[in-house]
Design a protein around this ligand. Structure first.
Ligand SMILES: Cc1ncc(COP(=O)(O)O)c(C=O)c1O
Length: 402
């Protein structure tokens, strides 16, 4: 079992008692170890990596290599060059979508529950290049429907792009099955892993997906950091999305040849402090253990949902079964808009949650739901915090709900 007290001691905002943070699906808190690693960079070797050859820059280059090695080992793969640093998961998904060079008539299968970051790039590619989108429909509660997916991919597809875990319903998609079916039809699999990578052991080798994108700032890492993993042969076949310095081998006035992976996708100077902080975040998650983190999140989610189970006027968005919800609980209270719920819980008990449509507009609009409040948990939350939050929500529902 995870040692919650020792974990909590590592987080400055927890130590200072700055409220109950239940917005980790948006961005997680960071432990001292990550902050210190970034400060160490700024204070002791604030140079650029991969370019200059002086001693400070060499230290940065070595740290970048170390973070890629940590990523490879964290995600169960053996080629550090398959990890591209990005500024967030959205950028990673854009590099994937535009780098795969879809042409007129190429079919892309997505689902109806995708975050805008895995929806809008494909929408744009269908408008600009004539790619054909097919959208797999989820069940009533948001669970991925393999039957609908199979119908979408029936006649073949070039790409399947789906999320691993949903940021509204918490549902985890059957990625192994999705990938096997896609590969059978000759399609590449792109995954939006923003909500899965922070909360469960993700073995990319076993999952066999072709591209996996994630948000490091949801994994205890620095703001403005993401990663795109791709199989070597897939990355080598892709074109760069952003062009400029750092991504080339040699240029002339009239020609360019691109650098090998991963440099080909990393134009311009990097967020070096962010990359170094990413390494520290991976060390931290590995030390606590992803299995234990997943169990802790599930225990908190179970408690939150049981506490709120029979509350009049309160309706979950997504499954009512906690074990299907990952680490997010989205809900509405009759008679209240979600932003009011979020502001009330903050002012009444200091709990910080998210509200609105969570960048999943098509999902909400198709179900005629006007957004939701969303509480999301992580390793630094406690059962006591959950009780304070749910007591407040119950009070709000009873006092202000219709
Ligand atoms: C499922 C999902 N995909 C993509 C994103 C976008 O991530 P980022 O902010 O790192 O670009 C998020 C962010 O909340 C998300 O929840």
């Amino acid at each position: 079992m995870m040692d919650s007290e020792s974990v909590r001691r590592d987080f400055p905002t927890v130590r200072k008692g700055l409220g109950i943070y239940l917005d980790s699906a948006c961005q997680s808190l960071r432990p001292d170890q990550v902050i210190e690693a970034m400060n160490d960079y700024y204070e002791n070797y604030p140079a650029c990596g991969g370019r200059s050859v002086h001693s400070m820059a060499t230290k940065v280059s070595i740290s970048m290599d170390e973070t890629r090695e940590k990523l490879a080992s964290f995600f169960g793969t053996d080629d550090p060059d398959c990890y591209v640093f990005t500024k967030n998961c959205t950028e990673a998904l854009n590099i994937a979508a535009f780098g795969l060079e879809l042409n007129k008539g190429d079919v892309v299968v997505t689902s109806d529950a995708e975050h805008n970051s895995n929806h809008v790039p494909w929408l744009q590619l269908s408008d600009s290049r004539g790619a054909v989108r097919r959208i797999s429909r989820s069940g009533e509660d948001g669970m991925f429907d393999l039957e609908s997916y199979q119908k979408c991919i029936e006649g073949g597809a070039k790409v399947v792009s789906v999320q691993h875990c949903n940021n509204v319903t918490g549902c985890t998609n059957p990625l192994k099955a999705i990938t096997e079916i896609a590969h059978d039809k000759g399609a590449l699999v792109v995954v939006d892993g923003a909500q899965a990578a922070p909360h469960m052991k993700v073995d990319l080798d076993k999952l066999d997906v072709d591209i996996y994108c994630m948000s490091v700032h949801k994994m205890l890492g620095p703001t403005g950091m993401g990663v795109m993993y791709g199989k070597r042969e897939v990355l080598e076949g892709m074109s760069p999305y952003m062009l400029g310095g750092g991504i080339v081998g040699l240029t002339t006035y009239d020609s360019v040849n691109y650098a090998p992976i991963p440099d080909r996708f990393e134009a311009g100077l990097h967020n070096y402090a962010g990359i170094i902080g990413t390494g520290a975040a991976l060390d931290y998650l590995s030390r606590v253990g992803m299995e234990d983190i997943e169990k802790w999140d599930s225990m908190l989610m179970e408690r939150m949902m049981r506490n709120l189970e029979d509350v009049k006027n309160l309706h979950p968005v997504g499954p009512s079964e906690p074990r299907l919800r990952g680490s997010v609980f989205s809900f509405n209270i009759d008679g209240l808009v979600s932003h009011d719920i979020a502001m009330m819980v903050d002012s009444m008990c200091g709990a910080m949650i998210r509200s609105g449509m969570h960048c999943a507009h098509p999902f909400y609009v198709s179900r005629g739901v006007d957004g939701s409040a969303r509480a999301s948990v992580y390793l630094y939350n406690t059962p006591e915090e959950i009780d304070v939050f749910t007591d407040t929500v119950i009070h709000i529902a009873e006092t202000f709900g219709d």
